[in-house]
Design a protein around this ligand. Structure first.
Ligand code: 1HN
Length: 320
């Protein structure tokens, strides 16, 4: 019997006994020289499409109770998720509506698109006001319910680490017994759960311009100075009029929401995604890109990435 035949026979015997030789891993290791193949594709979800379908969701689901009227962006090149670790979507709640209390081991955050002082999320008993441009956190395992006591529709961006937590098989869910949540010991104070727009945008405008990332302000937990959630990093990015970033890539994947402005995301091979106000897009891990403001007004974008997970595990890589 030749060496090749002997190895093939051994592979079969190992498989029959639920084992596998390391030599069978050579292919996947070779494919990773220079880094992984990005998970999913760069993709943009247009605001006009989101709102047309949100109108249909309101007609089909007239009341938001335990389930949320939230449309989640599905990456066309992934089985689920906006990226392989992050879900982003848009949620709408109408005047007088309440999205009932629940909690889960999934961490979430809201970036408010249309809100005012009569819109609140209660997070472990703390009332967080949701005005336009604010960021409100629901750290994992915190009770949360949303209340719209204004006379206007409310819209916000939902960002969650669903695909990450699912991939680790750590999903735990507990519905509340009604609209309101049980009394619990508040895990964090409001100051660490709510970031007001006025302060975030002022801090962003005061930053030095980075040639690869523009003015990128990271929301940090005031108690320890680290990322605002254990798994997700949130940033507000300002691109001055006409600013064209230098290309870069990172092992972190990210989701983006355009607060104001018009521009493009330049990708390899002369490909580009254009974006305008309230559009959303995804940048997969290890995807070379350069962001560009294609107008003579400032552009401001809100972005969330899985950087803290990679940082904690020693897996974060950046290439400029
Ligand atoms: C969730 O709890 C909310 O609380 C929104 O508003 C979207 C998507 C997947 C899983 C949980 C919310 C969600 C979600």
């Amino acid at each position: 019997m030749s060496g090749v035949d002997a190895l093939a026979e051994l592979d079969a015997r190992l498989a029959a006994s639920h084992m596998r030789g390391q030599w069978k891993s050579e292919a996947f290791l070779s494919a990773a020289i220079g880094g992984p193949k990005p998970a999913g594709a760069p993709y943009a979800w247009r605001w006009a499409d989101v709102m047309e379908l949100m109108g249909a969701a309101e007609r089909a689901m007239p009341e938001s109770l335990q389930a949320r009227r939230s449309l989640i962006f599905q990456n066309p090149a992934l089985p689920r998720g906006t990226t392989h670790t992050i879900n982003m979507g848009v949620q709408m709640i109408m005047p007088g509506e309440v999205a009932w209390a629940h909690r889960h081991s999934i961490a979430a955050l809201r970036f408010i698109i249309e809100g005012d002082e009569k819109l609140t999320t209660v997070v472990d008993g703390r009332h967080c006001v949701m005005e336009t441009g604010d960021l409100v956190l629901t750290p994992n395992w915190s009770w949360h319910d949303h209340h719209n006591k204004s006379d206007q529709r409310a819209l916000w961006l939902d960002v969650l680490d669903v695909p990450l937590v699912l991939g680790l098989n750590q999903t735990v869910y507990e519905p509340g017994s009604g609209a309101d949540q049980p009394n619990v010991e508040p895990g964090r104070r409001v100051g660490a759960l709510r970031f007001a727009w006025r302060e975030s945008i002022a801090a962003t405008r005061a930053l030095q311009l980075d040639p690869h990332h523009g003015q990128a302000y990271e929301y940090r937990d005031p108690d320890h100075g680290g990322p605002c959630l254990k798994t997700l990093s949130c940033k507000l990015v300002r691109l001055p009029p006409g600013f064209s970033a230098l290309p870069s890539r990172t092992s972190a994947s990210s989701v983006w929401f355009v607060v104001t402005g018009n521009g493009s995301l330049e990708l390899a091979g002369d490909e580009a995604l254009s974006w305008g106000p309230r559009d959303n897009f995804a940048i997969p891990n290890w995807t070379r890109h350069a962001i560009r403001n294609r107008s003579d007004e400032e552009a401001v974008l809100f972005t969330v990435s899985d950087e803290p997970v990679l940082q904690a595990l020693g897996l974060l890589r950046q290439e400029t």
